[in-house]
Ligand binder design. Sequence first.
Ligand code: GLC
Ligand code: CA
Length: 549
Amino acid sequence: MERQQNWWKDSVVYQIYPRSFCDSNGDGIGDINGIRSKLWYLKELGIDVLWISPMYPSPNADNGYDISDYYGVSPDFGTMEDLQALISKCQDCDIRIVFDLVVNHTSDEHPWFLEAKKSRENPYRDYYIWRDGEGDGPPNDLQSNFGGSAWEYSEETGQYYLHFYGKKQPDLNWENEALRKEIYKMMNYWIGLGIGGFRMDVIDMIGKDPDRKIKENGPKLHAYLQEMNRYTLRGKDLLTVGECWGADVKTGRMYSDPERHELSMIFQFEHSSLDKQPGGSRWDLRPLELTELKSVFSKWQTGLDGCGWNSLFWNNHDLPRIVSRWGDDGKYRIESAKMLATLLHGMKGTPYIYQGEEIGMTNVPFCRIEDFPDIETQGHYHALKAEGRSDDEILCSFRAKARDNARTPMQWDNGRNAGFTDGTPWYPVNPNYTEINVRQSLEDPNSIFFYYQALIRLRKEHPALVHGTYQLLYPEDRNVYAYTRTLGDSQLLVVCNFYREPAGFLWHGKGEVILSNYPQDRIRDLECVKLRPYEAVIYRTQIEGGNAQ
Ligand code: GLC
Ligand code: CA
C-alpha cells in the first residue's frame, strides 16, 4: 500500500491499556487476543492507529511500565505469535500499531540491573546511575515522582541507585553510549516486526543530571533524541510521540520541528494542571477557569503552527476520566462528553482517544483508600498523610484525580463483568456498566460512540480540520469556547458551551451545521445564537470576501 507522507497528521489514535481492554482466556487480565477480537469495533469507530501501553514481560510494580525484557511479550498478555497475529491483522485492516517505549528506566529485575548491582566493576554497572551516600543518607534530596527519596540503597555494593519512579524502576544512564546503542537496536527490532511507531514514556527525563538535580529537559536531551532518530527512525515516517510533562511551547517546537529530526509530536500537560491550586499539588483541587484553558490551548495551537505538530488528548491511563473532570457525569453526561470531544477534535493536531472515552466512561465511586491500589496513588497517600491530611480529604482528591479511575475494565455490555472477562477481573468494573457500555452505544444512533465516529470522519472529509489555521474567538468569554479553522477559502467554526448554564454567542453571517450534539436547523443565522447546556456545534461558514463551498 502506498504510504502517504506524514500519515500521522491525518490519523486518529486510540489508546489501549491492555490489562483492562478485553480478556480472551478468562484469567481476568485483558490480552492480545482480546484486542484482536475487538478490531472490528475499532474499525467501526474509524481510528487509524492503536497505541498500546506496554506488553513486555514485567514484574508489574507499575503495570508494565517496569520492563524486564525489551524483546518479549508478557505471558499475561499472550505470546509473540499472538502479537505477530495482531500486527498482521492490523496491517490487513489498515490500522497501525504504536508501541510504548519505556527507556527512562527498566525493572530492577531486568538482566542489566541484576548484573549492574552485583559489583562496582560489572560491565553493566554504568547502565544505571549510582552514587555514594552523603553522611548516613542518600546522595541528595531528589524526590521520586511516586513519593519519597529518588535514591535507594543497594547492600551489595554500598551505593545508592537513582529511581525517579518506584524503587523497582531504576533509571537508565543515557550518558552511557553502549546503553544507548542497545536501546536503538531494540527499537529497530520492533520496527522490523512492522510496528508503526513509538509513544515514548517520560522521554523528557532521559537527559537528567542528578548531581545538579535536573530531572526534565536536561542539557543533552535533544542531542540524544537526534541521535536516536539517526539510528532508528530516519527515513521511515513513523509516528513518534514523546510524553513530556515538563514541556513548554518553545521545547515543544524543538521536539516536533521536522527540520530538527526528533519526534513527530509530544504530549504536553500544561492544561492538565489548570484545576489545581496555584503552588499546590494536583491533589489540591480547584475548579477549571475556561479562559485559562483557552489561553493554554491557543498558545500551543499558534505556537506550533507551521513549525511543529500538536497531539490532542483529554485522557490517558494516568488521568481521570474527562467527562467526570471537566464535563458532567450525571444529567448531562452525553451532551458534555460530546462537547468535550468537539472542542478537542476540532483543533489542529493528532487526536488521541483513550479506551472507554468514546462511550463516555466515568470516574469510579471508590470509597476506601485501598480501592486505589496503583503504585503512584499509594505512594502519594503516604506523602499526603505525612503532611497531616485526613483520609477524607485525600479520598476526595483521589476520587477526582487518581489515575486508578482510568484503569477499570472496558465496559462492553451489561452482562457479567461488563463483558470484559468470564473470570474474575484483575480490577473491579465500574458499577455503572449496566448503563454505560459498548453494546448500548452501538444500539443508539445518538450515542457518544457515533458522535466520535462522526468527528473522526469529519477529519477525513475536511482538510481544514487537519491543516487549517486555528484562531481563537472571544478569549475573555468565560462560558463559550469558540474558534475557527481556516484553509484557503474553506472555514469551519467550532462553538462549545462549556457549562450546564445556557449561554449566548454571536458572529456575522450564516453557518451550515456540519455536526452538533443537539438537533439543529441545517442553516443558521449566527447573529445571535443561544446555546443549550453543553451545546457544541461545528459550522461551515462564509469567509468575508471569499467563496465558501
Ligand atoms: C509514564 C506512564 C506512567 C508510568 C510512568 C513511569 O508517566 O504513563 O503510567 O507510571 O511513566 O513509567
Ligand atoms: Ca487474559
